[in-house]
Design a protein around this ligand. Structure first.
Ligand code: TRP
Length: 338
């Protein structure tokens, strides 16, 4: 039996991009294939609804896209349990109990939530469910007794809040029912892929992303528009590597490190045009994306199968979460009729 349990999740608010691939998906496939972990992968549709309650169609559509992206990158439903948050009733009950262990002041102090409230211009009109989503996220993690949560650096405050709730719960109800989660973070400097425009973050809202589902033609158009060295105008001009996103992507995705080194030297000396480097990047990206596109196409033609996978995953996840819920009820003492 495996000793460790992983829970990871994404909010379905759009398709996943190559930044997600580098920041987490690739690692999930790797961890899944070690066989050292029981792996749960959750599509966090309820969390996505906390700031999209008036836009449920977007979440519904994105749920299918995210499921396709998961299967396309090689998440294997025989090795990982892929499931949908809203289909696990125990999560809601756990959330209610945990909400009583958290103060409003503490929720308002969560740095990630604070940043998001600012970005989304909520002000005082922040939906209560949004403010409280770290508590619901604690339910996601603890329902599966996940001890390992691979996430981006921005999620550390969530894990901190989850550990506080776990400690409060276990100490108040005098039982070690819940497990404190530890994060696994991307190695320094590797967690975040910059956007095509040079922005530090690749994101849908900035329209600077390459999606896992983009065709070779779209990738071509996007790469040709990529930000390079703005002072590198003529082919014979010496160019800058630092801050040059095309080379940053080559470092991340390229496998022929020797050739990339040569390209860099030539670019810095002068005599290498942006278009030639971009053509090579296209090749490199397509080598990564082609197998992903192929698997995606296969599943797109059989959405029935995709939904069966989600349904079966949700049933399996439900059993585990129900078991934890029984223990939680017994610890609090609300198991009156047993
Ligand atoms: N907040 C995470 C994100 O935006 C998604 C998420 C929901 C999550 N529940 C989780 C991540 C539990 C880790 C553990 O990407």
């Amino acid at each position: 039996m495996s000793q460790h349990t992983i829970l990871t999740a994404d909010r379905p608010t759009g398709k996943l991009h190559i930044g997600h691939y580098i920041g987490s998906l690739k690692n999930r496939v790797k961890l899944q294939n070690t066989g050292d972990y029981r792996t749960f992968i959750m599509i966090a549709d309820m969390q996505a609804l906390t700031d999209n309650a008036r836009n449920p169609e977007k979440i519904r559509r994105s749920l299918t896209e995210v499921a396709l992206d998961y299967l396309a990158v090689g998440i294997d439903p025989h090795k990982s349990t892929i499931f949908v948050q809203s289909q696990i009733p125990a999560l809601n009950e756990l959330t209610m109990y945990y909400l009583d262990l958290v103060t409003l002041a503490r929720l308002k102090r969560n740095p990630t939530v604070k940043t998001e409230i600012k970005q989304k211009n909520f002000g005082e009109s922040v939906p209560a469910g949004f403010l409280a989503y770290p508590v619901s996220q604690t339910a996601d993690i603890t329902a599966f007794k996940a001890d390992t949560v691979p996430v981006g650096d921005d999620q550390e405050p969530m894990l901190e809040q989850a550990r506080e709730i776990v400690r409060s719960f276990n100490s108040i109800y005098q039982r070690d029912v819940l497990v404190e989660p530890e994060g696994i973070f991307p190695p320094q400097g590797q967690g975040r892929l910059p956007g095509l425009d040079g922005n530090a973050k690749m994101s849908k809202s900035l329209d600077n992303a390459i999606y896992l589902s983009d065709s070779a033609e779209i990738v071509h158009q996007k790469v040709m528009k990529m930000y390079t060295d703005p002072n590198h105008i003529h082919v014979e001009d010496p160019g800058q590597i630092a801050g040059n996103i095309v080379f940053e992507y080559l470092d991340v995705f390229g496998t022929d490190k020797e050739y990339i080194k040569q390209l860099k030297a030539q670019y810095q000396a002068g005599g290498l045009g942006d278009v030639k480097v971009k053509r090579y990047l296209e090749e490199v990206l397509n080598a990564v994306l082609d197998p992903i596109r192929q698997r995606r196409q296969m599943y797109e033609q059989d959405l029935g199968e995709v939904y069966r996978i989600l349904k079966q995953g949700s049933q399996a996840a439900n059993e585990v979460a129900e078991q934890t819920l029984q223990e939680v009820r017994a610890a609090i003492g609300v198991n009156y009729f047993e």
